[in-house]
Design a protein. Structure first.
Length: 132
């Protein structure tokens, strides 16, 4: 008997290939605001993530506050985080309510969207970003 090996390529969801290629082509820099679903793809590309899937390392309070902010349960927290220059770009699944807010937020524009990810960029800081 011979076993046949068929390599399995990671999906676009796992790699965020389209979204991250758009970010690279546009020369987007600065700290990213992401969710835990995108962290693996970002880490593989050498991007320092805001949060990753190891919630236990961040603590329950941080994870809870992050979720409330990203889902706009605490919209003021989202506004505070994105109003300055502490975030250069975001990458979230299309279902995340923060995307709709960023679509209309001054200084933010939608750079990319597909079935898996939406990327917004912070254009109001002229490439200058504060340290997270």
């Amino acid at each position: 008997m011979h076993a046949r090996y068929t390599p399995v390529a990671p999906s676009d969801y796992e790699t965020a290939q389209g979204a991250l290629t758009a970010v690279e082509k546009a020369g987007i820099t600065g700290p990213v605001l992401n969710d835990s679903y995108t962290s693996g793809a970002l880490i593989r590309r050498g991007v320092k993530v805001y949060i990753d899937s190891r919630g236990d390392l961040y603590g329950a309070d941080f994870v809870t506050a992050f979720r409330k902010m990203a889902w706009l349960d605490e919209g003021e927290a989202a506004k505070r985080l994105i109003q300055g220059c502490s975030v250069g770009w975001t990458i979230f699944p299309p279902t995340m309510p923060l995307n709709a807010y960023l679509d209309i937020a001054p200084g933010w524009r939608r750079l990319y969207a597909d079935d898996f990810y939406v990327v917004h960029t912070n254009d109001k800081c002229g490439g200058r970003f504060a340290s997270p």
